[in-house]
Design a protein around this ligand. Structure first.
Ligand SMILES: [Ca+2]
Length: 664
């Protein structure tokens, strides 16, 4: 596994390396129900999808990531519950700050790391920038090429005029959304550099309203004005678009070297297309959650298998990584790797956590699937069920509990009509405990989009003054700071704007450090980035020297495998936005704090301790046995030093820089 990736890293231009990794194609429908397409017993003729399922495997009990669009898509790209990724409900960019957090490692980013070229075509709906809100675009989530709409195709699937290609509005088009999306996919597939494996992410708009399909297709299902016939026509038309993409794939990539996944983001809004199950789109009942799920990779995935194991969109990222034998991102994944099932080793598959859904507008607000059982509940607090999510509701959602638990055995009762809660009290207690544990974990990760900082900056409260805090920046001038390069270097190039200390993008290695050196101190500051560079914000503690600075080798790093060989850093912490730290979304302020007492250092990030370090402790000495640091006599000794702030690559901002003495 690792060998493959190493090969790609070092030999990415060779055919030898690329032959080892298959291409990945994701096909996603929008609002398509469990019983729409042919191979799931639906009324629409879908020969391309039926063949795909016949050549691969399909799941009878496959689930969306959420009963509405944006959250399900966030879950698809991350393998994580959408609330962890910053997406609570469907995104309305004009009124919400919400978007898929840039700190998330998407499937596209993970595959790019393994050497893939990537493209997204179709609906996006994970947030795009507006006039007054900075939000990441698909390229910032790992897609080299993108052709997308904010939300639905407008004015309808016919001649949509709201596509954006790589940041530029496309304008008027001529054709139906699914065919335009297929055109773009085909163009990218045929024009791309053939040396690298690819990830093609195709998110169709159909059959989400407002619907439209060519008359000659619609008439096979009913009258031209018949909504059900047009709805079916959009699905039929999409199948034809998929057939064109599959035909191109045959030409550009051998089928045995291409993994294809098909699903729908949530259940149908039409009650008659959810296979008789309870509820529809937007509801945490089976009708809103259950969707088709197909995986095809000839020669690798067992052909023609129908799996009844519960599975879902949350499993796609771990499963793709499992099938490709590449490492998934390091963060907690809510989904499980289905690859043992798909490869025919059913006994090796174990779901590590039940499937779990939360949607503020739905009653039930939560649902969980564990084995044959479905558990649902309502909130134990008052919350609007309005279709449009308000970020002000987040604190209530995060601390709220649940009531009115209902339990169903889906094998006996697929329509969720017979509540077993009183009949099976012990099972109910066990499942409630599981649901609450997942809920607690998910909510702890939820982004606080509602918070706005109204405190005056760069000031000290009377209490802080009494505690001995001193400001290192007053918001107006930079005093007591200088450049690292030499004792007389000024902080030229840095800017002060709106009370923040700003390092523009064009200063490389534009670090600044305190003129004074400190010993036994607490340093507190806020910082933000607007892009994720290689390094993130760093700070160093540069040892005191009489004549010059730096070049001691007592080192501290919160991830010793990374940048462990810095020769200039004495104490060195990276605040890189990464999955395992409570880093705020790009553009938002983070608060960091370091406490240095004797030989111990603590690093706090956004009120959470992320590091505790004892200089020269046996454990630390063991972690760096092969570095040069251990042989330096200063290693493990108490230190006194200057504080240095930087981000080597990206523009960064600092404010509320303050320090106090912890001596005695
Ligand atoms: Ca949808």
């Amino acid at each position: 596994m690792k060998f493959r990736i190493l090969l790609l890293a070092f030999l990415s231009a060779t055919a030898v390396a690329t032959a080892a990794l298959p291409n990945v194609v994701m096909l996603l429908a929008d609002d398509l129900g469990y019983e729409d397409i042919g191979c799931y017993g639906g009324p629409v003729k879908t020969p391309a999808l039926d063949q795909l399922a016949a050549d691969g495997a399909r799941f009878t009990d496959f689930y969306s990531g959420c009963a509405v669009c944006s959250p399900s898509r966030a879950t698809l790209l991350t393998g994580r519950h959408h609330i962890r990724t910053g997406v609570y409900s469907w995104i309305h960019d004009a009124s919400q700050r919400s978007h898929l957090l840039e700190r998330e490692i998407t499937l596209a980013e993970n595959l790019k790391r393994a050497g893939y070229s990537t493209a997204h075509v179709g609906k996006w709906h994970l947030g795009l920038p507006t006039v007054d809100k900075k939000k990441p675009t698909p390229d910032q989530h790992g897609f080299d090429h993108w052709f997308a709409t904010w939300n639905n195709a407008q004015p309808s699937h016919k001649n949509p005029n709201n596509f954006i290609r790589n940041g530029k509005p496309v304008g008027n088009t001529n054709g139906y959304a699914c065919q335009l999306v297929a055109d773009e996919a085909i163009h990218w597939l045929t024009e791309r550099d053939k040396e690298t494996p690819f990830f093609l992410n195709v998110w169709f708009h159909e059959p989400h309203a407002p619907i439209a399909a060519p008359d000659e297709i619609v008439k096979a299902y009913g009258g031209r004005e018949d909504k059900a016939a047009i709805y079916s026509g959009t699905i039929d038309n999409t199948d034809k678009a998929i057939a064109r993409i599959l035909a191109t794939l045959q030409e550009v990539a051998p089928p045995e070297n291409t993994l294809i996944v098909y699903a729908s983001d949530n259940g149908s809004y039409r009650n008659d297309r959810n296979g008789g199950r309870r509820g529809r789109k937007g509801m945490n009942w089976e009708g809103g959650l259950r969707v088709p799920g197909v995986f095809s990779w000839p020669g690798e995935i067992e052909k023609g298998r129908v799996h009844s194991e519960p599975a879902g969109i949350v499993d796609i990222l771990p499963t793709v990584c499992g099938l490709l034998e590449i490492d998934p991102p390091g963060a907690h994944l809510d989904g499980s790797d289905l690859s043992p099932l798909l490869r025919g080793s059913r006994k090796l598959f174990q779901r590590h956590q039940p499937l779990f859904w939360h949607l503020q507008k739905s009653r039930p607000i939560v649902a969980m699937r564990d084995g044959p059982y479905s558990l649902v509940a309502d909130p134990d607090y008052e919350l609007s069920t309005h279709n449009m999510f308000k970020e002000a509701w987040i604190p209530m959602i995060k601390k709220g509990g649940y009531t009115n638990f209902r339990l169903f055995d889906l094998e006996q009762d697929p329509k969720q009509e017979k509540n077993l809660a009183t009949e099976k009290p012990e099972l109910l207690v066990e499942l409630k405990k599981k649901l609450q544990a997942i809920n607690t974990s998910v909510m702890a990760d939820g982004a606080d989009w509602h918070l706005k900082n109204h405190q005056p900056h760069n000031t000290l409260s009377p209490a802080e003054k009494a505690q001995g805090w001193k400001l290192l920046f007053d918001g107006k001038k930079i005093e007591n700071w200088r450049r690292y390069a030499s004792p007389t270097a000024t902080v030229a190039g840095w800017k002060i704007k709106d009370g923040t200390l700003h390092k523009p993008a064009d200063i490389r290695a534009g670090d600044i450090m305190t003129v004074d050196a400190y010993e036994d101190f607490e340093f507190s500051w806020e910082w933000k980035l607007n892009a994720r560079g290689n390094n993130g914000v760093k700070y160093f503690i540069i040892p005191e020297r009489k004549s010059t600075v730096g070049h001691e080798y007592q080192m501290l790093d919160d991830s010793l495998t990374q940048d462990a060989y810095s020769q200039t850093a004495a104490f060195y912490l990276i605040a890189t936005p990464s999955m395992d730290k409570p880093v705020k979304p790009m553009g938002e302020w983070n608060r960091s704090r370091i406490l240095v007492r004797r030989n111990c250092v603590e690093h706090w990030l956004n009120n959470k301790k992320v590091l505790e370090y004892e200089c020269g402790s046996p454990a630390i000495m063991e972690r760096v046995p092969k570095t040069k640091f251990r042989k330096y006599p200063g290693f493990g000794k108490k230190f006194k030093g200057h504080i240095l702030l930087t981000d080597h690559k990206d523009p960064c901002w600092f404010r509320n820089l303050k320090i106090r003495n912890l001596g005695k």
